[in-house]
Design a protein around this ligand. Sequence first.
Ligand code: ADP
Ligand code: MG
Length: 617
Amino acid sequence: MSTFQIDFGERRKTRVVGIDLGTTNSLIAHMDLTHPTIVEDAQGRKIVPSIVSLDESGGLVAGETAREMLITHPEQTVYSVKRLMGRGLADVRDELKLFPFRVDENSESLIRLKLGERTFTAPEISAAVLRQLKENAEIALGEQVTQAVITVPAYFNDAQRQATKDAGRLAGLEVLRLVNEPTAASLAYGLDKRKDGVIAVYDLGGGTFDISILRLHDGIFEVLATNGDTHLGGDDIDNLLLKVALEDITTEWSDDLSTDSEGVQRLRRAVIKAKEELSYVARATIELHYKSKSYQRVLDRVVFDRLIGPIIERTLEPCRASLKDAGMMPEQIDEVVMVGGSTRIPLVRAAVERLFKSKPHTELNPDEVVALGAAVQAGILAGDVEDKLLLDVTPLSLGIETMGGVVSKLIHRNSTIPASATESFTTAVDGQRNVLIHVLQGERELVKDNRSLARFDLKDIDPLPAGLARIEVRFLIDANGILQVAARDARTGKEHSVEVKPSYGLTDDQVEAMIRESFDKAEQDMRERQVREARVDADHILAATEKAKRNPAWRELSAEECAAVDNAIRDIQNIYHSGDHDLIRQKIEALNQVTMKLAETMMNTAVRGALRGTKID
Ligand code: ADP
Ligand code: MG
């Protein structure tokens, strides 16, 4: 026998996988030549339950193994951990009432979950699920997997996104990009080829319901609105059926099964099985054989639909609200995409079709579509898929300089592009005619610690007293990552704008370093910001007082009153450079107190003047 060396041509340099890290279930997919494909484990299963358990050896296991342990060892098993990602103990008090999370109350801000004798953070638990997915992929593909795209709900904030990235890192995966779940689902359907249009993504999973309205513009997705219910999904249907079956069993067996946790878990499995069958057939049986007793109940679709009707109805209100937020009528939605295992239910499909007045996309498996889309995005990043625009996020925050050398952020780090933001600012000096717009990039609080991108003047604005002018600053990042900054005097409409390339010249390492630095220096930055802001306020009150002293009202004060004001002014000047913002604020307050009478007198003079019809300054 002889062997041949087979030449595969140029080998692919990297393999990037796509992961749907779900609340109930997770999946991993890859690009197989031109098609996204879900990875199957050795038993041919695609879905990995997002359940994690502590095994005898003290290690974490995830997926099917952990799902079994939910029955046998519930005290060392957790699920739905996605609900806790990137959140503090105070944020999730309500969540803890609804979910049987066992939390270590002694840990300060970071949530630690108890599994048996040990405690873990949410990213550590999620990492166990990711590790299982990674392992499945490595076995199926016969190669190491180190880079991934992971999907997150569109409404996830920065902390939740960061926690997801951390989970990836803990699992040995470099997370090249986080993609919004509705965007991934749209990509799986190739809707980006439409170029333009409005897409509604209806996602009814195990424990959560999300509706997102996306606008597709030049092949780029923009989230117009999101809404939903964080406690609505297949679990509610399961609980309803479970209640019905438990009542049946109590009568039939004259024995209360509800106090037997293993019995309840087994019955839960049986009702889920029947529920899932009912999506395809008109009749299914809930069946339990437990402790030498048997229970059977036939459920037909008509009865099932009547039972779950109110649950499905609860998804429609968030849909209407999101349409309203996006400023859209149902007729303006071009495509509706169905996501989540529970959208297999025919009643759900019918309800969605009725609301949006168009037939939803159901050609792909609704529980696979997010992972498939993640694989498409992964393929784009690995260079396997051409001809598609990258969806991108801003690596660093963008903002402008405001009084005191402080940065006011307009677009935050990790915003998906295209992105835009508008904010109003005002002038600091009476009669000011020019405003300097200084555009900055970075995470730190002070101008000097950020990167300066551009400066320009908005000239010839209407001269007005300080604080009255309204300057609208608008940031717009287009699909290519080009930042356009425009400043407009709201009174005159006079406008000036510049174009900047925000990330030009910054390597990934530099971006990483800047983000790290912002965490390390956060406290110090905050203190300095407070000092600067206090000084800005001090400047304002000092200038206002000097101006008031030239007012005729000043001469109506007694000698002691005048001295008190002068002393208070001197006090501020003395501690102005102390670096103690509390002290500066104290002295400002003191000056405020002693100038009260002066302000009152000025006000009375003004009113008298106005009544006399004379113009006053
Ligand atoms: P998530 O995104 O929340 O992690 P999935 O999208 O995987 O979850 O949805 C899981 C839910 O879908 C579960 O409640 C499961 O019972 C339900 N489900 C799966 N298949 C079907 C089916 N054929 N009919 C009805 N519900 C189903
Ligand atoms: Mg999901």
